[in-house]
Design a protein around this ligand. Structure first.
Ligand code: MN
Length: 257
C-alpha cells in the first residue's frame, strides 16, 4: 500500500482520528481589546441575503463581515512590521506546503491554571524536549493552556492592568524562531502573545519575533488537550486572501488513536 492509501485506511478504520482545533465563528466570538488609540477589530456580523423567501425562494445564504484576525485564525508574516518586506509573506503567496506540519504540543495547562500570566521560557522548552525529543522540523508548536475552556470575561481575563493570559517569553519566541525550524506557533488565547505582551520588550514580542523570522501564528485554538505531545499532523490553511494579513480558518489535526 502506498502512503496515501495507508492513511485513508487508517482514517476509515478509526486508527487515525480527525480532531477539530477550531472554535465556532459567529457574532458571539470574542475579539481582541486594544488600547483606545488603536483601530478596533469589529466582531463578526452576518446578514442574510435570502432564506427561502422573495430574495431567493430556494436558497439560503449570508454575507459575513469581520476582521481578518477573528476567532480561530492564522497570522501571516505581513501582519507585523518586522515581516512586512519578507517574500511570500501573505495569505495568497505563502506556499501551500507550509500549511501542514507535525504538531508539538507544549502542555502548560497546570502552570496557566496557577498563574494567568505564565510565560513559556527556553528552560521550560528544554525540559519538554528532554521528555519528548527535539522540536521537529517544520513543526506547528502549539501551546496548550486549556484557555479555550474559558468563556466570556474569564477568557479575556482583563483588569485595570489589562488582559492576563499565558504565552511565550520573548526569549522563548526567539529560541523557537531562530534555534528551531518551525512553521509557527499556536495558542488557545485570543492572540499568540501573552495578555501582558503589549508591555514586553519588544511589544507584542511573539508577533514581532515570529513574523520577523517569516513564521506564522494560530490563535484561539481549542481541543489541544485531545492531542498527544508529538505524533499528530496539523493542517492549517488560511483563505487565499490577496495580500491578506491573516484569516479565520478551520484547523484540523490528524492524530493516532
Ligand atoms: Mn492575529
Amino acid at each position: 500500500m502506498n502512503v496515501l492509501s495507508s492513511l485513508l485506511a487508517a482514517l476509515q478504520s478509526g486508527r487515525v482520528e480527525v480532531i477539530d482545533l477550531t472554535q465556532p465563528l459567529g457574532p458571539e466570538t470574542p475579539v481582541i481589546d486594544l488600547p483606545p488609540q488603536f483601530a478596533a477589530s469589529p466582531g463578526v456580523s452576518i446578514d442574510t441575503l435570502s432564506e427561502f423567501d422573495d430574495r431567493g425562494p430556494a436558497w439560503y445564504w449570508n454575507t459575513i463581515r469581520m476582521g481578518e484576525h477573528t476567532g480561530t485564525h492564522f497570522d501571516a508574516p505581513i501582519h507585523w512590521i518586522t515581516g512586512k518586506d519578507l517574500k511570500q509573506n501573505a495569505c495568497d503567496t505563502i506556499p501551500a506546503s507550509r500549511f501542514i506540519g507535525p504538531a508539538c504540543v507544549l502542555d502548560a495547562s497546570r502552570e496557566a491554571a496557577e498563574d494567568a500570566d505564565f510565560l513559556v521560557t527556553p528552560d521550560w522548552i528544554a525540559t519538554w524536549e528532554e521528555r519528548h525529543g527535539r522540536i521537529a522540523t517544520g513543526a506547528w508548536v502549539l501551546l496548550r493552556t486549556d484557555w479555550s475552556k474559558r468563556t466570556g470575561t474569564e477568557f479575556t481575563n482583563a483588569d485595570e492592568t489589562g488582559p492576563h493570559s499565558p504565552g511565550f517569553h520573548p526569549d522563548a519566541s526567539r529560541f523557537l524562531a531562530q534555534e528551531r525550524d518551525i512553521l509557527g506557533v499556536g495558542a488557545e488565547t485570543i492572540g499568540t502573545d501573552a495578555g501582558q505582551a503589549g508591555g514586553f520588550d519588544p511589544p507584542f514580542s511573539n508577533h514581532n519575533i515570529m513574523h520577523g523570522a517569516g513564521k506564522f501564528g494560530l490563535a484561539s485554538l481549542c481541543n489541544l488537550d485531545k492531542l498527544p505531545p508529538t505524533g499528530a499532523i496539523v493542517i492549517a490553511a488560511p483563505l487565499k486572501l490577496v495580500r491578506g494579513s491573516g484569516s479565520p480558518l478551520r484547523v484540523l489535526a490528524l492524530a493516532p488513536v
